[in-house]
Write a protein that binds this ligand. Structure first.
Ligand code: MTE
Length: 297
């Protein structure tokens, strides 16, 4: 596997896999007690967990809004075969099987900090390929300015969809230059293993300088367009979740500060650190030259 863009972190920085899988449990423990005491208590409580238990905390509203709903319910989603439609302003539109689509993509491991909008972060070893390679293969047309993404809507296996807990399909979007940036990847695995269904199998977006909720899961449609696409969290609360959602320590969430974050794992595993502009990926700053990132949050 090729390794590029890994200069920020070394393997020693990777959040241990049990903590990645358990981060919401760890954070739940931290919320109730003093930060360290709670984390230690949660961590100790995690040691005997089974695989089933430790993949129990996710956000994937198609399977329900509870943290255990995705792992309880996502098992019946069939992710192989999987089809993705690429349409809109492209020269080569169509519906492709995932295996055909990724056959000539260069798979890489990327070690990225994952900064959740809830003010915690981890370092994750994703497996995937650059979205730019896919968009080049699709033949983005000169009029295209944005890329829209859509998650599968499978009422038979998605209880959250059956209950209409939010408006489905779950949708996300990027500006075309953001989508073409070499840091933007489509992930098919974590820790050299295929994504679990509740983690967004078989393919999910990862944009490391943006808050984690931009990483739309289980993608079935990618549309090149000439207008800014709607995004699910922006539709739910535009005051709290903007289209850009770049990690920015100077723009607080209306209900909490974004100036710092809890680092899960690594040494003292819940130490706090200052949040970095663009989540520590300054190479993307030029994408936003001349923009006011306070109003374009
Ligand atoms: N994608 C879809 N299709 N549905 C969702 O509900 N939740 C988002 C994002 N992608 C979500 C989604 C949110 S709010 C977060 S924080 C991350 O997925 C959570 O990813 P994780 O469960 O792997 O931590």
């Amino acid at each position: 596997m090729v390794n590029r863009w890994n200069n920020t972190f070394t393997r020693a920085d990777i959040t241990p896999e049990p903590l990645w899988l358990n981060r919401r449990a760890v954070l739940a423990g931290m919320a109730g007690a003093g930060a360290l005491g709670g984390a230690v208590a949660a961590q100790e409580a995690l040691v005997p967990n089974t695989w089933e238990e430790i993949t129990t905390y996710n956000n994937f509203y198609e399977f329900g809004t509870g943290k255990t709903d995705p792992s309880d319910n996502a098992g019946d989603m069939v992710t192989d075969p999987w089809e993705i439609t690429i349409d809109g302003l492209v020269d080569n539109p169509g519906t492709f099987t995932l295996s055909d689509l990724i056959a000539d993509m260069t798979m890489e491991e990327r070690l990225y900090r994952f900064r959740c909008v809830e003010a915690w972060s981890m370092v994750i070893p994703w497996n995937g390929f650059e979205l730019a390679d896919l968009l080049e293969k699709a033949g983005a047309q000169s009029g295209a300015t944005h890329v829209a993404f859509e998650t599968a809507v499978l009422p038979d296996v998605m209880p959250g969809v059956r209950r209409n807990v939010i408006d489905f399909p779950y949708v996300e979007g990027l500006r075309l230059d953001e989508a073409m940036h070499p840091l933007t990847i489509m992930a098919t695995g974590i820790y050299d293993r295929p994504l679990a269904n509740q983690s967004g199998a078989p393919i999910r977006l990862v944009v490391p300088w943006k808050y984690g909720f931009k990483s739309i899961k289980s993608i079935v449609r990618i549309t090149l367009t000439d207008e800014q696409p709607a995004t699910t969290w922006n539709k739910i609360s535009d005051r709290e979740y903007g289209f850009y959602s770049n990690v920015n320590p100077e723009v607080d969430h209306p209900r909490w500060s974004q100036a710092s974050e809890r680092m899960i794992g690594g040494g003292l595993f819940s130490s706090r650190q200052d949040t970095l502009m663009f989540n520590g990926y300054p190479e993307v700053a030029s994408l936003y030259d001349g923009m006011d990132l306070t109003t374009n949050y």
